[in-house]
Design a protein around this ligand. Structure first.
Ligand code: AMP
Length: 397
C-alpha cells in the first residue's frame, strides 16, 4: 500500500513525501478511505501509530475541494485534551497542508482571547481546540458551528479523564446534524463507548491493537544519551534505581567484558556472560543469576538466547539489538506471566536507523526520557515509522 493508492491528491502526497513518510501506517491505511467516503468513525489507536495523519490527511483532501475561509466559521474542528496536543496537531496540519491554501489555528485556555478571536475573524478552515476554550468562545459568539463539516474527538479517553464531558456534550449538541464525526481514543473503554454512542451515528469501527510484542505489562522506554556517556549513565541508573536484578544486553563479548570492568571501577559488581566464557562457567552464571546471587548480568544477545529466567524486573539494552525481532525477544524476558517489567534501551544518535526499525516493528514510538546530567549533545531524531532498511547485517557476538 502506498499513499498514492489512498485517494489523496498531489499536494498532500508531496507534503508527506517531503516529511520522509514512505508508506502509510496501518491506521492510515484503514482510516483514510473511511474518512474520505464521509463515514463516521471510531478508532482505537494510540499516540505513535500515525493517528494524527490518519484523520488530518483526508480532512485536508475534503476541505481543499472547496475554498471558504468565512469569518468566525470553521469547517473542521479537532478537539484535543491538552494545549500541547493542540499545538502539536496544528503543527502537523501546517506541515501536511504546506502546498494547500488551507488555514488552521490552535485554540486553548490560559492565554488571551484577543488573538484567537482575531484569527477567527480573519478566517480559518480548521480549528484545533481544547473543549473548554472552544465552548467559551462559542458562548461569546466568536465562532459559529453552522458551516462545520467535520468534528474530530482526538484522545477521547484522555478528554473524559480530564473532566471535559460537559463541554464536549455542549459542542456536540451544537454541531450540524450532517457533520461527519470521528473519534480517536487509545482505548475504547465503557465511558468512551458511551460518548461515541451519543455523539456518533452509525460509525465504522477500527482498532489498531499494538503488536502482541508490546505486552502491556512491560513498560518500555528509551533513554537518549551520547555514546561516550553510556557507561556512566548505566552506572548512574543502577545506583539510583532500586532494581533487585537487571539483565543488561550488549552487542559484543569485548564490549561486555569492558563494561563489567567500567562498572566495577564505579563500585558496581556485575558478571559478563558471552560466548568467550566456557560452557561450565556460563551454566554457573545462570544458576547464580537465577538464585539471585548475581544482581547484574551483562550478556551478549546471542549468548543469552537460551537463558530462561522468569520474572526479571528489568531488561536494559545497553546497545540496541539488531534485527528488530531480537528486541521483541529480549523484552519478552521481563514481565513474564503478567508480572510487571521494565525494558529500557540506551539510545544514541548513531543508533537512529536501528531505533526506526524497532519502532516500525512495534508499530509505535517508544516513550523517551532524558536523565539529568546525561542529556545528549547530539540529539536523537524522532523515528520514521515504516522504516525500510537498505542493508541487512548480522548480529555479532
Ligand atoms: P502520531 O501517532 O500521530 O502521534 O504520529 C507519530 C509519529 O509518526 C509522528 O512523528 C509522525 O510524524 C510519524 N508518522 C506518521 N505517519 C507516518 C508515516 N506514514 N510514515 C512515517 N512516519 C509517520
Amino acid at each position: 500500500m502506498s499513499f498514492s493508492n489512498l485517494g489523496l491528491s498531489q499536494p498532500i502526497l508531496d507534503a508527506v513525501a517531503s516529511l520522509g513518510y514512505q508508506k502509510p501506517t496501518t491506521i492510515q491505511t484503514k482510516a483514510i478511505p473511511i474518512v474520505l467516503k464521509g463515514e463516521n468513525l471510531i478508532a482505537a489507536a494510540q499516540t505513535g501509530t500515525g493517528k494524527t495523519a490518519s484523520f488530518v490527511l483526508p480532512i485536508l483532501e475534503k476541505l481543499s475541494q472547496s475554498e471558504t475561509q468565512r469569518k468566525k466559521r470553521a469547517r473542521a474542528i479537532i478537539l484535543t485534551p491538552t494545549r500541547e496536543l493542540a499545538l502539536q496537531v496544528n503543527q502537523s496540519i501546517e506541515a501536511y497542508a504546506q502546498h494547500l491554501p488551507l488555514k488552521s489555528m490552535a485554540m486553548f485556555g490560559g492565554v488571551d482571547y484577543a488573538p484567537q478571536k482575531q484569527a477567527l475573524i480573519d478566517g480559518v478552515d480548521i480549528v484545533v481546540a481544547t473543549p473548554g476554550r472552544l465552548i467559551d468562545l462559542y458562548g461569546q459568539r466568536a465562532i459559529h458551528f453552522d458551516e462545520l463539516e467535520v468534528l474530530v474527538l482526538d484522545e477521547a479517553d484522555k478528554m473524559l479523564d480530564m473532566g471535559f464531558i460537559e463541554a464536549i456534550n455542549k459542542i456536540i449538541a451544537r454541531v450540524p446534524e450532517d457533520a461527519q464525526n470521528l473519534l480517536f481514543s487509545a482505548t475504547l473503554s465503557n465511558p468512551v463507548r458511551e460518548l461515541a454512542k451519543s455523539a456518533i451515528r452509525d460509525p465504522e469501527e477500527i482498532s489498531i491493537t499494538k503488536h502482541s510484542a508490546s505486552k502491556s505489562n512491560i513498560k518500555q522506554w528509551i533513554v537518549t544519551v551520547d555514546k561516550d556517556m553510556k557507561s556512566s549513565l548505566l552506572s548512574h541508573m543502577l545506583q539510583t534505581n532500586d532494581w533487585k536484578q537487571a539483565l543488561i544486553f550488549i552487542e559484543t563479548k569485548h564490549g561486555a567484558a569492558k563494561l563489567v570492568s567500567q562498572l566495577e571501577k564505579r563500585g558496581i559488581v556485575a558478571e559478563a556472560f558471552h560466548s568467550g566464557r566456557n560452557q561450565k562457567v556460563r551454566q554457573q552464571l545462570i544458576e547464580s543469576f537465577k538464585a539471585g546471587e548475581i544482581q547484574y548480568l551483562v550478556a551478549t544477545g546471542v549468548a543469552a538466547r537460551g537463558i530462561d529466567i522468569e520474572n526479571l524486573p528489568v531488561v536494559i539494552n545497553y546497545d540496541l539489538p539488531y534485527p528488530a525481532d531480537e528486541y521483541v525477544h529480549r523484552i519478552g524476558r521481563t514481565g513474564r506471566a503478567e508480572a510487571a517489567g521494565e525494558a529500557i534501551s540506551l539510545v544514541s544518535k548513531d543508533n537512529f536507523k536501528n531505533l526506526c526499525m524497532i519502532e516500525s516493528r512495534l508499530g509505535h514510538l517508544l516513550d523517551r526520557v532524558e536523565i539529568e546530567g546525561f542529556a545528549p549533545k547530539k540529539p536523537v531524531p524522532v523515528s520514521i515509522l515504516n522504516y525500510v532498511p537498505k542493508h541487512k547485517r548480522e548480529a555479532k557476538d
